[in-house]
Design a protein around this ligand. Structure first.
Ligand code: F6P
Length: 407
């Protein structure tokens, strides 16, 4: 019996379901009997909330729809497994469920927090000599996973951010009086996504004026002075700022405005309100019209403008995880390795989950300008191939059609 199980965890991306399809299709092609899906990740598994994916993905059309469906098809969770030491009860329960389902390989599609789940399960499995194989499939719009060149999900979010930024720049020029637009981009403590705003610049677009990443300390006075200078000569000023920028004392800028109450199981505060706070400060100081544009979930669910490269790599990462598990590997995460720049090409390679779980990869210092207000060409060069080509939605009645989980 060769049953496998797959789950999705953490924040979604526009291509996370391509990885799900990669796992499902490859497992089936390699002779898996049943491919189970955990509904809401490991939390769903513990609640025995499980589906047989063959009852959901029945034909080629379903597969085409799945890879064009945003958010996590199976639902997600932000659930931190307890440390093994002292909490064996939870692990015994998980392995009992996996044994009942006759699971031979377990796949988890997620970011650095979710890889903590794979690490703990693989460690516990090794401890009890379980034959079950545990594999991580990388995903996060934040692009902050260690070892891998980049993460599936990042390219599509970057494409959306760069495209939307171009459109916002055009819109900002419409009036004959000044407008300061501040675009808030996700990414928590890493600036990869915010940096993608730099791609807006080209022969038909002057680009954004300032880019602030969380890798550098944010100075409110210096920021206001820069904006004041720009407003002297420009009608439209457009600024990209990460949701995760912090001031010198370590507080997030968004915390200066709102009291942030929500903290998830991994201890992450919900970050929102940075652009709103900064736009209010600019309006107060200079009396200009401002716009605070929070890209929020739009940047991670825009499946109508995904990068074909990203969709393909997400599928391949899922497939490579299955191949590795069927060949005997466990406790590994699939990474992408850039083997050629021109033409761009990445291959997949497994890496030990212990080097990836809970580690955040930041934008290297040499890719950020001296005063921390822009990124350089090397970073643009790194991102550019990841946003290439498109995959058209399947339009029905004027709207993109998605595949929905049937209960
Ligand atoms: O982890 C990916 C991410 O999209 C971050 O960029 C963002 O800070 C966070 O998720 C938002 O998560 P949630 O959906 O839990 O608010």
């Amino acid at each position: 019996m060769k049953n496998v199980i797959v789950g999705q965890s953490g924040g979604p991306t526009a291509v996370i379901n391509s990885s799900l399809l990669g796992v499902f299709k490859t497992a089936k092609d390699r002779g898996a009997d049943t491919v189970y899906g955990m509904v809401h990740g490991i939390k769903g598994l513990l609640d025995r909330n499980i589906v047989d994916l063959s009852s959901q993905i029945k034909n080629d059309l379903d597969m085409d729809l799945l890879k064009r469906t945003p958010s996590s098809f199976l639902g997600s969770c932000r659930y931190k497994l307890p440390e093994i030491e002292g909490n064996e009860k939870t692990y015994k329960e998980i392995f009992k469920i996996l044994d009942e389902l006759e699971i031979f390989a377990f796949f988890y599609i997620g970011g650095n927090d979710s890889m903590d789940t794979i690490k703990k399960l693989a460690d516990y499995g090794a401890k009890i000599n379980s034959p079950i194989r545990f594999m991580g499939v990388p995903k996060t719009i934040d692009n902050d996973l260690a070892i891998t060149d980049h993460t599936p999900g990042y390219g599509s979010a970057a494409k959306y951010i760069a495209s939307t930024t171009k459109e916002i720049i055009r819109d900002g020029l419409v009036y004959d009086y000044p407008v300061v637009s501040i675009i808030e981009v996700m990414g928590r403590n890493a600036g990869w996504l915010t940096a993608a705003a730099a791609l807006a610049k080209g022969e038909d677009c002057e680009g954004v004026d300032l880019i602030y990443l969380p890798e550098r300390v944010f100075d409110l006075d210096k920021f206001l002075a820069k904006v004041g200078e720009l407003c002297k000569d420009k009608r439209s000023v457009v600024i990209a700022v990460s949701e995760g920028v912090k001031i010198a004392d370590g507080r997030y800028v968004c915390e200066l405005a709102d009291h942030v109450d929500y903290v998830d199981a991994f201890g992450h505060k919900q970050l929102a309100g940075t652009a709103r706070f900064l736009a209010a400060k600019v309006a107060e100081k200079y009396g200009v019209k401002t716009r605070a544009i929070e890209l929020s979930s739009l940047q991670r669910c825009a499946s109508h403008i995904t990068s074909r490269i990203d969709v393909t790599e997400a599928f391949n990462a899922g497939g490579a995880a299955v191949k590795a598990a069927f060949e005997g590997m466990s406790g590994q995460v699939i990474t992408l390795k850039r083997v050629s720049e021109d033409p761009y090409m990445c291959i997949t390679e497994p890496a030990d989950v212990h080097f990836i779980a809970n580690v955040e990869k930041k934008v290297p210092d040499e890719w950020i300008n001296k005063d921390g207000t822009y990124v350089n060409e090397a970073l643009v060069h790194y991102i550019r191939p990841l946003i290439q080509a498109e995959i058209a939605p399947l339009w029905v009645d004027g709207l993109p059609r998605h595949l929905i989980l049937k209960k």
